[in-house]
Design a protein around this ligand. Structure first.
Ligand code: NAP
Length: 295
């Protein structure tokens, strides 16, 4: 059950299909939404605004899209012809401690929110949200691999680098599809769990020895793990799907030099399953709003 959020005023700035679902769900809870940059209709609970200043007027909380803003302050907003620029002049109009939600925040947003005395809540940093979000991410990665390879996932030698929230979900999905799954991780406990569920565990040192066996490599580690040294031992036919946040964990220049197909795959939930991804946000944001606003 959702907390009583009737009548609270919230700004929604930009986004993609996920935020359209979110606006619809939040408005059903009686939240008054001031929306900019999304193709939504005006209703008693939804007011569309022409600019960020209007959307921020009198609100108790701000919802930014999952990727937040880029390094120039442009709000991620796929439906807008004109860029939506967020800056401190706009944010400083909000009362101190106003919660600002984003999926995750890059450096500029962290700085701006701090300097304006607001509170940043990175929704995807919450463990349960990251786990739920790993479901569409894993499916999207598999879809990309299916499109990029001439082989089936079934029977493929699929390597998953990293055994965190995304890596664990992806490895299990691949195993369920009949792939021969190798998981590369650094924690003993992760390697033991991988062995227990019938996949092959490998350390990063062992990766060098075995990488030539891989048909597909899925990277979920947000650090350079697919170095030119590792890639030079891989088959030129291997396909790399790098899910880690940009710039990913692959030396893409080396991959290109070696003729290896390597694809960076950001924002998969929003691309392959916007409805589910929006519903995940709609499940968690009401409770977070209530917590942050002390309701
Ligand atoms: P997570 O739960 O923190 O898992 C990260 C994994 O990377 C862990 O296994 C961690 O190992 C490992 N790792 C981190 N730094 C490492 C290093 N220097 N060397 C070796 N291993 C290292 O994160 P997650 O939620 O799975 O997300 C993983 C990445 O995918 C993030 O960059 C996230 O932003 C991105 N992501 C992308 C999409 C998309 O659509 N493309 C969707 C979801 C997430 P330990 O456990 O040993 O620390």
């Amino acid at each position: 059950m959702h907390p009583d959020l009737q009548g609270i005023k919230v700004a929604v700035l930009g986004g993609d299909a996920r935020e359209i679902i979110l606006v619809s769900e939040l408005s059903r809870l009686g939240i008054k939404l001031q929306v900019v940059g999304l193709p939504v209709q005006n209703t008693p609970n939804v007011t569309t605004c022409c600019n960020i200043a209007d959307a921020l007027r009198g609100v108790q909380a701000v919802i930014l899209p999952v990727p937040g803003i880029n390094k120039d302050g442009t709000v991620y907003s796929i439906f807008n012809d004109q860029p939506l620029e967020l800056n401190e002049k706009l944010l400083v109009s909000l009362p101190a401690d106003t919660p600002v939600f984003a999926g995750f925040a890059r450096e500029l947003l962290v700085k701006m929110v701090k300097r304006c005395n607001l509170r940043l809540i990175e929704v995807l940093k919450q463990d349960h949200v990251a786990i739920l979000n790993s479901i569409p991410s894993a499916e999207g990665a598999v879809q990309m691999a299916m499109e990029a390879t001439p082989i089936t996932i079934h029977g493929s030698n699929s390597f998953v680098l990293g055994y965190g929230r995304t890596g664990a979900t992806l490895a299990r999905l691949l195993q369920g599809m009949g792939a021969k799954v190798t998981v590369v991780a650094r924690k003993e406990a992760h390697l033991a769990r991988v062995y227990e569920i019938g996949m092959r565990p490998l350390t990063y040192d062992d990766l060098l020895k075995h990488v030539s066996e891989a048909d597909i490599i899925f990277n979920t580690v947000p650090a350079l793990v697919l170095t030119s040294g590792v890639l030079s031992r891989a088959s030129s036919e291997v396909v790399i799907i790098d899910l880690a946040s940009p710039p990913g964990g692959t030396d893409f220049d080396a991959a290109e030099r070696l003729g290896i197909k390597a694809l960076l795959a950001p924002g998969l939930p929003g691309k392959v399953a916007p409805k589910t991804a929006g519903q995940i946000l709609a499940q968690v944001i009401p409770r977070l709003l209530a917590e942050e606003l002390g309701l």
